[in-house]
Design a binder for this molecule. Structure first.
Ligand code: G3I
Length: 355
């Protein structure tokens, strides 16, 4: 009898250890591993400075994400600091990191009204000269990265909060045609890259998203080679995005035949009510609902955060620490949103199958 009891005790201990091992393995399953079961992009914007100087930054980034985008070093001010002279040094380092770690790379961004070099913003150009500047920038940059960047934010933030065309150097200097030209030249430069329009505060159903919808529908109707739309999704915990509106907006964009990506996900929390612990849970819930809404929309193929650790976020100007927008805290400790994403991404085949 004793031998049977002993054998039974050993079996129970083995079973408990087995469960503990499996659950701990799940606890540490990287986001990218779960996402890959659905060929889903889970990504982050990369700050080139900590990538170079902080081992932990590079370690967490490569472990957790299968897609990256340059937070700043692919903007015109960095890539073309003087007319006709291009500097790809910093951008090439990010592309090399992505290639080394089997990550897809988004390009951000070719035509924008911010982060422009002063030779452009302070210069005086004819319409033809400005068109040549835009064409040269698009074609030089896309040719340099050809085959290494699967999707480009060709045009960024061209619509105002009221849904009108934003008054930019490009609109003033070239006219409304600048948008169609941007996509035309991008397609000519790299026919294999996916070409996106990217904007913020256009996730729900509002004047701005109506303007964005009309912009991308117009481009499609005129035969411009636009493939997708980037919904930046910079959220505020105190005024949560309506998931019903997000779904309604994504449905109408998908009906245009556009691919959708959530491209710059982060969330201000400091002005929300509740204890720090309550805010962490509420943040995880709003983020997770956003991920589920994307997974339930077949046209939505990726979610990228705008950064991944609270240690480096554009929401905290130098010296400030009030915002805690991302998946990992300032010490790279995971927050509730990370565990929520782990669980949801683990279920992504089931969620996708139902959509
Ligand atoms: O690199 C220079 C440095 O040499 C200089 O000493 C310093 C002080 O002037 O400026 C540094 O450049 C700053 C750059 O970030 C890198 O830190 C720019 O001034 C600053 O304007 C720039 O801000 C970026 C902003 O876009 C404008 O390009 C933010 O980091 C970046 O998070 C933010 O990202 C944008 C997306 O591209 C588009 N969607 C909205 C999103 C948030 O604004």
């Amino acid at each position: 009898m004793t031998r049977i009891k002993t054998a039974l005790a050993i079996l129970i201990i083995f079973a408990v250890l087995q469960v503990a091992f499996v659950s701990s393995a799940q606890e540490t399953k990287p986001l990218r591993e779960s996402a890959e079961a659905c060929e889903f992009g889970i990504g982050a914007a990369v700050n080139h400075e900590p990538l170079r100087f902080e081992k932990k930054y590079a370690e967490v980034l490569s472990r957790e994400f299968n897609m990256i985008v340059a937070e700043n070093v692919m903007k015109m001010v960095t890539l073309q600091p003087t007319p006709g002279r291009f500097d790809f040094t910093e951008a090439d380092a990010l592309v090399a990191f992505a290639e080394k770690h089997g990550m897809k790379m988004r390009g951000h961004t070719l035509v924008w009204h911010e982060s422009l070099p002063t030779w452009l913003t302070e210069g005086k150009f004819t319409r033809d000269e400005l068109m040549k500047i835009m064409e040269t920038h698009i074609k030089t940059v896309m040719t340099h990265f050809k085959g290494k960047i699967f999707a480009w934010d060709v045009l960024n933030e061209a619509i105002t909060e009221e849904g009108q065309l934003r008054d930019t150097i490009w609109l003033r200097g070239i006219g409304e045609e600048y948008m169609d030209l941007a996509f035309k030249w991008a397609r000519e430069a790299d026919p294999d890259a996916k070409l996106f329009y990217n904007d913020f505060n256009a996730e729900g159903m509002n004047a701005k998203s109506e303007g964005v919808y009309k912009l991308v529908k117009g481009l499609k109707d005129r035969g411009a080679p636009i493939d997708g739309i980037g919904l930046q999704t910079h959220l505020k915990l105190e005024t949560p995005l309506s998931m019903d509106e997000l779904r309604e907006n994504m449905d109408r964009l998908a009906e245009l035949g556009l691919e959708i990506q959530i491209t710059e996900l982060d969330m201000r929390t400091k002005n929300a009510t509740g204890s720090p612990e309550e805010k962490l849970i509420a943040q995880a819930e709003l983020y997770n609902n956003t991920l589920i809404a994307c997974l339930e929309q077949p046209a939505c193929t990726a979610v990228l955060f705008w950064g991944f650790t609270d240690r480096y976020t554009w929401l905290n100007p130098p010296g400030q620490r009030e915002e805690a927008p991302l998946l990992f805290d300032r010490t790279y400790k995971s927050k509730p949103v990370y565990e929520a994403f782990q669980q949801t991404l683990e279920l992504c085949p089931t969620i996708r199958a139902k959509s």
